[in-house]
Design a protein around this ligand. Structure first.
Ligand SMILES: NC(=O)c1ccc[n+]([C@@H]2O[C@H](COP(=O)([O-])OP(=O)(O)OC[C@H]3O[C@@H](n4cnc5c(N)ncnc54)[C@H](O)[C@@H]3O)[C@@H](O)[C@H]2O)c1
Length: 722
C-alpha cells in the first residue's frame, strides 16, 4: 500500500464501542474505505459503525486531494474467507420496540448510505464475501460494483425473511437499477445471488478474481476520475423499461401479487409492503419514496410476525453453534449401509459435502438407483451453473456403491439406514465392530423410532453410538435430530452435530424416547386428522384448515407422502411408549392392509396428483359405514383444536421430560421438521399467543368428549396458571 495516511482501528476494541473505520488515502488520491477492522469476521451495521462511517465520509468529503473511493470489506487482499458487510445487526433490529424508532433508524441509515452517492467523486464497491441487506444497500449507492465469484460471495436483500423490507433505500435503488420485474424477484423472495448470477442480473458490473479485485476497483475509479465525473445512472431498456417506467408496470405488480397470494406469501405482510414500496420507486419523487419505505419498515419491524422470524433466525444460529463444540471431530470417510429412500439420499449429501462415501446395499438395483440419484442432482447443479462439470465428476467419484462393505479401518462414520428393525440394526452394528471398525469411529443410526440405547447395548464402546435422524427427503429437509442414547458421550453428540451443520442442516439434540421429538409431536396430529376423516369430515376440509393456519401441507396429504406402512410402524412404537394417548387411528392399518400406502403405490387418500380423491376413499367409506358415522363435518376451529392443541401439549411434555433441553429446541425442531408456520416463531410462541389457559380449557373439554388422549399434562396446566 502506498499510503500517506492510515487510520487503523483499535483492534482490541469491543464490537459495540466506536472503532474508527480504516481509511487509506493513496498518493493517487484514491481512498480505500474499509467497512470493518481486519480482525472482524462478520461486519454488521451498528450505530457505532454508522458514526464511524459518517466520520469517514466527512473526512473524504472535506479532503480536496480525494479523487475517488473504493469501498470494501476488512480483509482484502489477505487470504481467508471474504466479508463485505452482512447488513444491519440483527440483535439491534430485534430490539426495536416501536414503529417510530424503526422508521427513524431506517431514515438515519439510508441518509448516511446515500452520502456515498452524493460524494462529488466516483465510488466503487469491491465485493468479496457476504454483501447482504444493509451491506447490499450500501453497495447500491456506489457508482460501480465489482465482485468476486468466490463461493462465499453472496449478494442480496434477504429482509423479507425476517419479516421486514429493505429499509436503507433498497426498495428504491434496486428497482431503478434493474427494473421492476428483476427487483421484485430479488426483494420479494429474499433470494441471494452468487457472483455470476449477480453479474447476469446486472446487480454487479464485473466479476474479478479475488487477488485482482482492489486493483480492478482502482482502475474503475481512475477511469471515472480521469473524466472528472460520477457514473451516470444506468438507463432501463426494453421490457425492463416498459414494465417499470410506464403504466404497464401494473402487469409486473399483478403477477407478483398473484404469486404472493398463492404461496406462503399470503401469511407475511412484508413482501406485500415491499411490492408497494418498489412501485413507489417509479411513481413518487425520490425523497418521498425513501420516506415511505422507512415508514413501512417501522410498521413491519414491530409486528409479531417479524419478531417470530427473528427468533427463528437466532434459533438457527444457536443450532449451528452446536457444531462448534470443542469435543466435535470432523468426519472424512463414511460407510452408509442401506441404499433405499433415506440411505441413498444421505450418502449423496455426504459426498457433496466432501466426505468419501461407500454406499452398501444387498440389492444391486438400490445401488444403481442411489448413484443415479446423485447423478441427477449434480446434473441439475451443473445446469444451474452452481457447479462445474469437473467438480461434479469429483463428487461422483467420492460416492462408491457396492454390495460389499470392504475393509473398515479408514472409516470414521458408519451409518445405517436399513429396515426399521431393532434386531437387524443391532446385528449390523455388531458386524461393523467385528470387521474392524476403528474405535474412534462413530456408529450412527437413522432410525425414526427405535431405541438408540437398545442398539448400543452389549457393544464395545457404546458411547459412540448415536442417532442421526435425517428427515425425508434428506436433500431438502433442513432438520437433523441427533439422538443421545443413555450411553452416548458428549464428543459423539458434538461430532454428529458438526456433521449435520457441515451438511447445511440444523441439528437438534434429543433424548432417546419413543418418536424422539418430531415424530412424537406429529403423531397426535396425524392420528387426529385421520379420526376426523373417519367421523365424516372431508380430507380436503381437514387439509384446508391446516393450510389456512400456515402449515405447508395438509395432514391427509402428508400421510400419503409418509406412507401408511411407515405411519403404522411408527405409531406402533409410539403406542407402546404412550398407550394412554397414542392409539393409532384404525385408518392407518386399513390403508396399509389394502396395499394403499400413499404416493409410493400411486395413491392413497389422494390420487397420484396429490389433489383429486384417491383409491383410499373407498377404505374411508367402508370404515365410516362400519361405524355408522352420520357424516359430521367438523368446523375449522374444531379441526385446529383437535390437531394443534394436543401437539402443543406433547411439545411441552418433551421439554418437561428432558427429551429436549429447552423450549427453543421444540420450536426449531417443529418448524424445520414439519414446517410448523415459521411466522409464529415456533409452537410455544404460537401457544402463548393463543393463550395457554385457552388451550388447556379446550383440551379439557375435548378430553370430556373424546377421552384421555386429550388429557392435559401437569406441566402444561402449571404453565397455564402461572
Ligand atoms: N422413509 C422415511 O421417510 C424415513 C425418514 C426418516 C428415517 N427413516 C428411517 O431410515 C431407515 C431406512 O428407511 P428407508 O425409508 O430408506 O427404507 P427403504 O426400505 O427405502 O431402504 C432400506 C434399504 O436397506 C436395504 N437393506 C436391508 N437390509 C440390509 C442389509 N442387511 N444390508 C444392506 N442393506 C440392507 C434394503 O435393500 C433397502 O434398499 C429406517 O430406519 C427408517 O425408519 C425413514
Amino acid at each position: 500500500m502506498n499510503g500517506i495516511e492510515q487510520d487503523r482501528a483499535q483492534t482490541a476494541a469491543p464490537a459495540t464501542a466506536p472503532i474508527g473505520l480504516p481509511v487509506e488515502i493513496g498518493d493517487d488520491g484514491i481512498v480505500t474505505l474499509r467497512l470493518g477492522r481486519s480482525d472482524e469476521r462478520v461486519v454488521t451495521i451498528t450505530p457505532e459503525r454508522m458514526s464511524d462511517l459518517a466520520a469517514a465520509l466527512d473526512r473524504i468529503a472535506s479532503d480536496t486531494r480525494v479523487r475517488g473511493v473504493i469501498v470494501t470489506g476488512p480483509n482484502l487482499p489477505a487470504e481467508g474467507p471474504g466479508m463485505f458487510c452482512a447488513g444491519a445487526d440483527i440483535q439491534l433490529i430485534d430490539s426495536i420496540a416501536d414503529a417510530a424508532a424503526g422508521e427513524a433508524a431506517a431514515t438515519r441509515g439510508r441518509t448516511l448510505l446515500a452520502r456515498l452517492q452524493q460524494l462529488r467523486v466516483p465510488v466503487v464497491a469491491a465485493i468479496d464475501g457476504p454483501c447482504l441487506g444493509g451491506g447490499c444497500e450500501l453497495a447500491l449507492f456506489c457508482d460501480v460494483r465489482l465482485a468476486t465469484d468466490e463461493p462465499g460471495t453472496q449478494i442480496g436483500l434477504p429482509e423479507v425473511k425476517l419479516g421486514i423490507l429493505p429499509g436503507f433505500g433498497g426498495t428504491q435503488t434496486l428497482p431503478r437499477l434493474l427494473g421492476l420485474p428483476k427487483a421484485l424477484d430479488l426483494i420479494l423472495t429474499g433470494r441471494l445471488l452468487r457472483g455470476k448470477q449477480a453479474l447476469r442480473t446486472g446487480l454487479v458490473d464485473r466479476l474479478v478474481p479475488r487477488t485482482k479485485l482492489l486493483a480492478a476497483a482502482r482502475a474503475e475509479v481512475e477511469k471515472l476520475a480521469a473524466k472528472d465525473r460520477k457514473r451516470p445512472a444506468r438507463r432501463l431498456r426494453g421490457l425492463a423499461f416498459w414494465l417499470s417506467k410506464t403504466p404497464l408496470r401494473w402487469f409486473a405488480a399483478r403477477a407478483a401479487t398473484q404469486q404472493l397470494q398463492r404461496g406462503p406469501g399470503r401469511f407475511y405482510p412484508a413482501p406485500h409492503a415491499a411490492l408497494q414500496s418498489c412501485l413507489n420507486a417509479f411513481t413518487m419523487p425520490v425523497e418521498q419514496g425513501f420516506a415511505a419505505e422507512a415508514r413501512q419498515l417501522g410498521r413491519l419491524v414491530v409486528t409479531p410476525i417479524s419478531k417470530g422470524l427473528l427468533r427463528l433466525f437466532f434459533l438457527t444460529e444457536r443450532s449451528k453453534r452446536l457444531g462448534k463444540h470443542d469435543a466435535a471431530r470432523d468426519l472424512q470417510r463414511a460407510l452408509v449401509v442401506g441404499g433405499g429412500v433415506m440411505g441413498a439420499g444421505i450418502a449423496c449429501e455426504l459426498a457433496q459435502r466432501g466426505l468419501a462415501v461407500r454406499l452398501c446395499d444387498l440389492d444391486l438395483q438400490a445401488l444403481v438407483r442411489g448413484k443415479a440419484r446423485l447423478g441427477k442432482e449434480l446434473d441439475k447443479r451443473v445446469r444451474r451453473k452452481r457447479l462445474t462439470a469437473p467438480e461434479a465428476m469429483a463428487i461422483q467419484d467420492r460416492l462408491q456403491a457396492s454390495t460389499e462393505w470392504g475393509h473398515l479401518r479408514d472409516t470414521d462414520l458408519w451409518l445405517e439406514a436399513v429396515v426399521e428393525d431393532l434386531q437387524v440394526k443391532r446385528k449390523l452394528m455388531g458386524l461393523a465392530i467385528e470387521r474392524g471398525l476403528p474405535e474412534h469411529a462413530v456408529l450412527a443410526t437413522n432410525t425414526s423410532s427405535l431405541s438408540v440405547t437398545a442398539m448400543a447395548e452389549g457393544l464395545p464402546h457404546p458411547e459412540r453410538v448415536v442417532g442421526i435422524h435425517f428427515f425425508n427427503p434428506p436433500e431438502k429437509m433442513p432438520l437433523v435430530e441427533v439422538i443421545r442414547g443413555a450411553t452416548t458421550d458428549d464428543a459423539t453428540v458434538a461430532t454428529a452435530c458438526r456433521l449435520a451443520v457441515r451438511m447445511g442442516k440444523f441439528p437438534v439434540v434429543v433424548g432417546d424416547a419413543p418418536g424422539f421429538l418430531v415424530n412424537r409431536c406429529l403423531a397426535p396430529y396425524l392420528n387426529e386428522a385421520a379420526r376426523l376423516v373417519l367421523e365424516g369430515t372431508a380430507p380436503e376440509a381437514v387439509d384446508k384448515a391446516m393450510l389456512d393456519l400456515g402449515m405447508p401441507m395438509g395432514p391427509c396429504r402428508l400421510l400419503d407422502e409418509v406412507g401408511f406402512d411407515v405411519a403404522t410402524k411408527v405409531s406402533e412404537v409410539l403406542q407402546n411408549g404412550f398407550p394412554e394417548r397414542m392409539q393409532p387411528c384404525e385408518l392407518f392399518a386399513a390403508m396399509a392392509g389394502a396395499g394403499l400406502l400413499g404416493q409410493k403405490t400411486g395413491g392413497g387418500i389422494y390420487g397420484k396428483d396429490g389433489k383429486r380423491p384417491g383409491p383410499g376413499r373407498k377404505v374411508i367409506a367402508e370404515l365410516r359405514a362400519a361405524h355408522g358415522t352420520p357424516g359430521r363435518e367438523a368446523s375449522r376451529s374444531e379441526i385446529v383444536q383437535r390437531l394443534i392443541y394436543p401437539m402443543v401439549d406433547e411439545a411441552y411434555r418433551c421439554v418437561d421430560e428432558g427429551i429436549v433441553a429447552h423450549e427453543d429446541d421444540v420450536d426449531l425442531g417443529l418448524v424445520m421438521g414439519i414446517g410448523f408456520p415459521p411466522f409464529t416463531g415456533g409452537i410455544t410462541r404460537y401457544a402463548r399467543r393463543e393463550g395457554l389457559s385457552t388451550i388447556v380449557h379446550a383440551l379439557d373439554e375435548l378430553a370430556r368428549l373424546h377421552g384421555p388422549r386429550f388429557e392435559v399434562s401437569d406441566g402444561m396446566r402449571r404453565r397455564a396458571t402461572s
